[in-house]
Design a protein. Structure first.
Length: 225
């Protein structure tokens, strides 16, 4: 059965639409909630989703590690990771799953032909493109979008990258998981997606996160992730 892992923090304004639009996929939804105060967990539970309540903000990367670990324990395969804020379009999930045939990992890519962004400031677009290019160059990877968080995994590929050992946070987590999959010999492909700015709530992107990623990416090669 398909699993979809979705970290949340105060996403009550987006969850009803997200859950409704994901219904045709027929997946088991797993929400990892970091202590939302707006009823996010209640909405997810009312939709018969699996909800991991962590009680406090512990970070996006650890939410994915815990959620994807739970998905593996439940025997789900394939496993999709995506945001709760509708910036990742639920209608794109079937395309990622279709592309997973014959691959271990599919990256939803904003920066290949057919992909793009909506409602971003130019500075943010340049920062994102620079981040992917920086990581691609330093790590010797051939993929265009390394900082995106919309991915579809085969369960075997997730097991091979040793999720519990990952210590990266922020956007470095997205780079590291793809880097590990590549080094493990997984076949990886990209499919175009359009990333839309969130409809409700506040973006998690910050210059602090970007600076952390710039400092952390070189260490991935040094420590032989």
């Amino acid at each position: 059965m398909i699993g979809i892992v979705i970290p949340t923090y105060n996403e009550a304004g987006n969850l009803p639409t997200l859950i409704e639009q994901l219904a045709p996929v027929g997946a088991q939804l797993l929400f990892v909630d970091d202590g939302s105060q707006d009823g996010t967990a209640d909405i997810a539970e009312s939709a018969s989703a699996t909800v991991i309540q962590r009680g406090e903000k512990l970070g996006l990367a650890s939410a994915y590690v815990q959620g994807m670990g739970q998905a593996l324990a439940m025997g789900l395969d394939p496993i999709v990771q995506m945001d709760a804020d509708l910036s990742h379009r639920p209608s794109d999930v079937p395309r990622l799953l279709a592309a997973l045939e014959g691959h271990g990992l599919v990256l939803g890519s904003r920066w290949i032909e057919g992909g793009g962004i909506e409602n971003w400031e130019t500075s943010r677009e340049l920062l994102s493109k620079f981040g992917s290019g920086y990581a691609r160059t330093l790590l010797g990877l051939p993929y265009t979008d390394l900082t995106g968080g919309f991915k579809a995994w085969r369960a075997d590929t997730l097991r091979q990258i040793n999720l519990p050992s990952i210590r990266s946070e922020g956007y470095t987590f997205q780079v590291e998981t793809t880097f590990r999959a590549h080094r493990s010999g997984a076949t990886i492909t990209e499919v175009p997606i359009v990333f839309a700015e969130r409809l409700a709530g506040t973006s998690k992107m910050s210059w602090g996160i970007a600076l952390e990623a710039a400092w952390m990416v070189p260490t991935l090669r040094w420590r032989g992730s």
